[in-house]
Design a protein around this ligand. Structure first.
Ligand code: HEM
Ligand code: HEM
Length: 240
C-alpha cells in the first residue's frame, strides 16, 4: 500500500492547474507587442507613423477581443471571476498573507488589469480621430471637425503618459512579485501553475479545442473590422 500512496501523493503534488487559456495568453503577448510597437514607432516618426497606426488599430482589436473574452472566455479570464468590489478588495488585503493563493488575478491586480484595458482602449479609440497635422491621421479623423480632432488629439497625447506609467507599474509589480518568490511570467507563457502553489482543489480552466475555435472566430471577425478601418483611413484624402 505504501508505494501506491507515495506515488499518488507525489502525482497530486506535481499536478498542474490550467489558469490562462491559450487565447488569453496570445492576447497578452500580442497586446505587449502592439503597445510597445505603437510607442516605439511614434517616437521614431516619419514613415514609421504608418506602423504606429497599424499597431494602434491592432491594439484596439485586441482590447475589444479581451472585453468580449471577459464574458465568454474560460474561468479565470472572466471578469465575474476576478473583479471584486471594495469588500472583496479589503478582504484580500486583510487575508492575503494567511490564505493560500487562489488562481488568476488577485483582487488588486484585477483592478490594474481593468485600468490597463480601459486606458489602452481609450488611447487606441482617440487615436482613430487624431492627427499630427503633417501627413498622418487616424481613419476617422476626416469625419469630425478640425476643432474636435484637435481636442481628441490632445487627449491622445495626454493619455499616452498614463499608458506608459501603467506599463511601468505593471512590469514593476511583476518584478517585485518575482523577487518575493512568486513567478507570474511562466503561467502567462505555459498557462499552468503547480497545484502545490494554490489552495487545495483549485479547479483548472477550460482550454479545449472548442474554446480556442470560439476565440479564433471572434478574432477573425474583429480583424476583418480592423482591416476595414485601416482601408477606410487610406481611402480618405488627408485633411490638410
Ligand atoms: C495603444 C495604442 C496607442 C498608443 C500607445 C499610442 C501612443 C501615441 C503616442 C505616445 C503619441 C505621441 C503623442 C505626443 O506627440 O505627445 C501618439 C500620436 C499619434 N497617434 Fe497614437 N497611440 C496608439 C494608438 C493609435 C491609433 C489606433 C491611431 C490611429 C489609428 C493613432 C494615431 C496617432 C496619431 C495620428 C498621432 C499623432 C498626433 C500627434 O502629433 O501628437 N494612435 N500616439
Ligand atoms: C505593453 C506592455 C504590456 C501590457 C499592455 C500588458 C498588459 C497586461 C494585461 C492587460 C494583463 C491582464 C491579462 C488578462 O487577464 O487578459 C496582463 C497580465 C500579465 N502580464 Fe502584462 N502587459 C505588458 C507587458 C508585460 C511584460 C513585458 C510582462 C513580463 C515581464 C508581463 C507579464 C504579465 C503577467 C505575468 C501577467 C499576469 C499577472 C497575474 O498573474 O495576475 N506583461 N498584462
Amino acid at each position: 500500500m505504501k508505494p501506491t500512496l507515495t506515488k499518488s501523493s507525489s502525482l497530486a503534488q506535481n499536478s498542474r492547474v490550467r489558469v490562462w487559456d491559450l487565447p488569453t495568453r496570445l492576447f497578452h503577448w500580442a497586446l505587449t507587442i502592439c503597445v510597445f510597437g505603437a510607442i516605439i514607432t511614434v517616437n521614431v516618426g516619419g514613415l514609421w507613423m504608418e506602423w504606429h497606426i497599424k499597431f494602434g488599430i491592432a491594439a484596439l482589436c485586441l482590447i475589444v477581443f479581451r472585453i468580449i473574452w471577459g464574458f465568454v472566455g474560460s474561468r479565470y479570464a472572466r471578469f465575474s471571476q476576478f473583479v471584486k468590489g471594495p469588500k472583496g478588495v479589503l478582504a484580500y488585503l486583510k487575508n492575503s498573507n494567511t490564505t493560500p493563493a487562489g488562481a488568476g488575478h488577485n483582487a488588486i491586480g484585477a483592478w490594474s488589469v481593468m485600468l490597463m484595458l480601459g486606458v489602452i482602449g481609450a488611447q487606441a479609440l482617440t487615436g482613430l480621430f487624431s492627427t499630427d497635422d503633417i501627413m498622418t491621421q487616424g481613419p476617422l479623423n476626416a469625419y469630425v471637425s478640425n476643432a474636435t480632432a484637435e481636442t481628441i488629439t490632445s487627449v491622445h497625447q495626454l493619455l499616452s503618459n498614463a499608458v506608459i506609467a501603467l506599463i511601468i507599474v505593471h512590469i514593476g509589480a511583476i518584478i517585485i512579485y518575482a523577487l518575493r518568490g512568486k513567478r507570474l511570467i511562466p503561467p502567462m507563457i505555459t498557462g499552468d501553475v503547480m497545484s502545490t502553489q494554490l489552495a487545495p482543489n483549485t479547479p483548472s480552466a477550460r482550454d479545449d479545442f472548442n474554446l480556442r475555435l470560439l476565440a479564433l472566430v471572434l478574432i477573425v471577425i474583429l480583424a476583418a473590422g480592423s482591416i476595414w478601418l485601416w482601408v477606410l483611413g487610406n481611402a480618405v484624402p488627408p485633411s490638410f
